[in-house]
Design a protein around this ligand. Sequence first.
Ligand code: ZN
Length: 466
Amino acid sequence: MTTTTIDAAMLWTPSGWRSDAGFDSDANGRIRMLERAEPTAGGGWIVPGIPNLHSHAFQRAMAGLAERRTLDGPAGAAPRDAHDSFWTWRETMYRMAARFDPDSLHAVAAQLYAEMLEAGYTTVCEFHYLHHAPDGSRYADPAAMSRALIRAARETGIRLTLLPVLYMSGGFDGRALGERQRRFGHGVDDFLALIDTLRGDEDDTLRIGCALHSLRAVPPEAMHAVLAALPRDMPLHIHIAEQVGEVQDCLALRGARPVEWLLGNADVDARWTLVHATHLDGAEVQGIARSGATVAICPTTEANLGDGLFPLRDFLSAGGAFGVGSDSQSSVSPVEELRWLEYGQRLATRHRNIAVDGDSPSVGETLLRGVLASGAAATWQAVGKLEAGHCADWIVLDTDAPQFAGVTAGDAVDRWLFSGNRNLVREVHVGGRRVVAEGRHVDRDAIAARYRETMHALLAPRAGIS
Ligand SMILES: [Zn+2]
């Protein structure tokens, strides 16, 4: 059996940095043992890879392309009174989504996953709803779009939890999908068949889970039918309470706020990841924390879309589990997600150092510990810890960078997260395989060249699609 022995200068563990630890990884990409070892300066400062709990890969292609006002506003209103919103952004997103086929999805996802790896994400939860051809007809292989994502993940080396999304209706009132939503749609039976097919492709670096797009897109009877039919050994993700309008519609049509309704109508437990959960009342904060579910917060996307601010302080006080996601890919950096998770709270409260708990006064350490602790449940893979039996997924920090001059165990994580925009990730390993060296993905140039070609084709004007 091939083993690689890593003797870290410093190794991050749930209780902090250790200078006396190293580990072996086996031929299956798992940690064989964590052992005592002498500190080796050359071994670097090693952190488990960061799980990315929420991604829509195709949206990488539209990052930066929805930052212009699209509305004229109400008749007679001054331009400054017009408001773009999540809902107007969604129209731009639908236009881009309509242009994808399996090959372009593969090229864009590979570029995105290489960027994620360079930034320190080693696992991605792909919330995948671009299932069919643009007119809603099935591809010859109904799983073709899912397989494009799997191919991109295998090619780049990122660990993937693929979450095919059930998307059935265009609103809480059960209306049919709009024209641009048709390629997202499934009935309960063909959705379950897709999951069943994809489970046949699972291996050491691929897990299949299930996502419900949102309460507005999945009628209650369908949700119950899917949850009853699914195997128990998979994660469940759902977009929830991202928009005030969604909360109002849910109250009007289901008589409860979205999270309140979900907690009352599904057996929400640690298998669940609630994506965004931005708009919560106090009882919902307590309810999620009690359930053991993880909240996937996507601070840069939530800021970009003008969603609102997650009640982080109350949620941490309640003992809630959280992770982060790159979601719309307006940023592909766990550092930026974590920094803005904290900064949003500071701006709102006019206080500093909000995300701290009893284990450490360090904001960086509290945030890092949080996103690593929730990783295994949310991704359904043994990630987030460098311990025997866990995935050998790790990052080596670039401690030669000026940002780390004079670094100590007490300030290393805070320096990583709060010292600017230079990427401080030097190496990344997934399943024991090195995929990033000297800050660059090993296939960066070839993947980027194909991505450029694909983008030119995606952005070219074409008949029938505006
Ligand atoms: Zn999303």
